[in-house]
Structures are given as structure tokens and as C-alpha cells.
Design a protein around this ligand. Sequence first.
Ligand SMILES: NC(=O)NCCC[C@H](N)C(=O)O
Length: 399
Amino acid sequence: MTEAYGIDSEVGPLRTVMLHRPGNELRRLTPRNNDKLLFDGIPWVGRAQDEHDAFAQALRDRDVEVLYLGELLTEALNDSGARAAAVQGAIEDLRLGDTLREYLRTALASLDPAALAEALMAGVRNDEVRAGGLVTSLLADEDFLIDPLPNLLFTRDSSVWISDSVAVTSLAMPARVRETQLTELIYKYHPRFAGADKVYDHTLEHVEGGDVLALGPGVLAVGVGERTTPAGVERLARRVFAKGLAHTVLAVPIAQQRATMHLDTVCTMVDVDAVLMYPNMAEEMRALAVTTDGEELHVAEPEPFLVAAAKALGIDTLRRIDTGLDPVTAEREQWDDGNNTLALAPRVCIAYERTVETNARLEESGIEVIRISGSELGSGRGGPRCMSCPVLRDPLTTP
Ligand SMILES: NC(=O)NCCC[C@H](N)C(=O)O
């Protein structure tokens, strides 16, 4: 792996992470659009920023370098090719019509990188521009010409590092599709990532980063459900095998429900050989091990997730941290992202403070839990793992 980027596990000491500090895109959420924009409430933005700053500080306190998506995007937009691609991507929406599209093309092209990045992230409302023409007149003032992207907060989903290659993902929900245009720009044009190999892109079958877990060197688990499709996991497997980035991909079917939208909402690793799993689903989780002989994909029969994972990792057992929670407490804490921990190193993780019981059980199992507040951040339905895209982790030393 290079020094600047690379991930071969969920728990290797975290060195660099990409976050997105929530900004004006959250100020676009209203009771009428929050469902469509995949938020379960209307966050108090100032408090959400405070909570996020504390999250970033907790990472820095443990010597983790924090990169911000908004800053990387602004810097990438210094490149004229990036600017042209960004503008084109933002105005493709068929709702706009020709007059408005050409107006926006000119208006966006005249913005400096910071203002353009802001427009791309926070969107553009009809009454914020004086475009004129039929479409402008027929749309309501509050209609968005360029939709805001409040889910940028969840940097986990729009790109994922697999060994020393980056996968720009292909997001399934219409409200999130444009996020990957921005991560694509960052990885293509930002000098920090010049030369980084790409293993996936946003035009391919749906794969979301929250579904992709690097269980250990050479082994990925990929949730298949509401977001990552069966065809998505197949395409990802073909691509990582072709580049030699993994030897086994475990396809893990998960319930198609909002609460369990990604694999990392029900399962995160907290040690080289231990996972925290949502108790109400842990027993039923199965995995299909996908391998290759260099030509064909081989798909094994479904096995219990922990069994298939241990086999693929070449260890005797993958331990499940048993939180022992009753089903109602477990369901409440899973909804509040109790299972969505971010490992900073083996046996050290960040979790929301509100998932009191899960955190207590983790500590009883020897896991250090760094608690952060997430009362406002959580309204987007994502926890510390969802809000972070690890860019560099130290390789694991053999246990
Ligand atoms: N990995 C994750 O579970 N990310 C959380 C994404 C939440 C976002 N509001 C969504 O519905 O996509």
C-alpha cells in the first residue's frame, strides 16, 4: 500500500479519514421534503455542526488526520476540467428545460471554486436566481433547480477504499445520486489523489459504501438489500478480483427496511476477530462466499455469517460481541445507530453516547468506547461509521 491511502481492514489504526462538516445543505430540509431527502427530522443545524466538530476533534485527539469533503471539492474545482464536469453534472436534470439549463450553465461557470462547491452541495432554489423563461415562471419559488445534498454528511456511502484502490460508488436513492459526481471529481482532480487507482464508478450497478466492510486483508463483506443490489455485489466482486484486491467477497443479504438500509447499520467490527451485531438479526444473517479461479465467479452455499467470515479470514472464530439486550432495547438502540461504531484501532471505537446499553456491553467486553453526542446528527439516520470514509489505516499485524 502507498503511504497516502489504503485500507485493508475495518480496525487497523486509523490515520486519515474524510468527513463532511454539515453545512447549508441541511438548512434546505423542510417538513415537506425531509422524507424524499432521507432525513427523519429537521436538524438544528448549528447544534449538528457542534456535534460534528466534536466528532472531528475526538478523531484528531487520537492522531487521526481529518479531511473535509467540502474543502477537497473546492480545491479540486481549481481545475478547469473539474469545473466543466461539475457544471455539466449539476444541470443535466430534465426538469430544467433548455432555457434554464443554459442560464445555469453560465451562472455556475462564473462562480469561484468555493461558491461553485457551495451551489453543488447546498443546491440552488428557483427564487435565488433570476433566470426568467417559462420553466422559472411555472416552478414555485421554493422549488430547487439543483437539489441540495444533505446526505453528504454520510461520507461512508459515496466512496470506499478497497486496499489501495478507491471505489466511487453508485448510490441507489434518487436523493443521493449526485453525491458521487462530487466524490468522482475529488478523486479525479484533487492533487492528493493523483494517480489513485479506481476500482468502481458511479455509472455501474448500485453499490453503497455502507454495505462494504473490509473484514480483514483480502476479505470483503458486502450487504445486499435496500441499497446494494445483487448485480452490484457481483460487479464489485468481478472488479476487485480482477485487480487482486480481495480473494473473497461475502455477499450478505439484509432485510429491506429503512432501519437496516446498509450492512453497517447492523454489523461493525470492533477488533480483528470481533464484530458487534444487531442481536435481533444476528442469528439469521447468512453469507454467500464468492471467490474466483481467475475466470469464473464461484458462489458457495449460504452459511451463517460468522462461520463464512471466519473461514474467509482463515481464523477459528469471528467473535460476536453479545450485547445481551432485550429485543425492544436492541431495536431502539439499533435505530439510534448503536451498531454503527467506527473503529479507530483494534478494541477502540467511537459510538453515539445515546446508545447507552450497547456501549456498556462493549466496554464489558474490553472495547474502549469514545462517546460523541449525536442528537441532531442522528436525524439523518447514520452513526460514526456512516459519517466517515477512512482513507488510510495502518495494515494489520498478524494477531
Ligand atoms: N452507511 C449508512 O448507513 N449511512 C447512512 C445513510 C443515511 C441516509 N440518510 C440515507 O438514507 O441514505
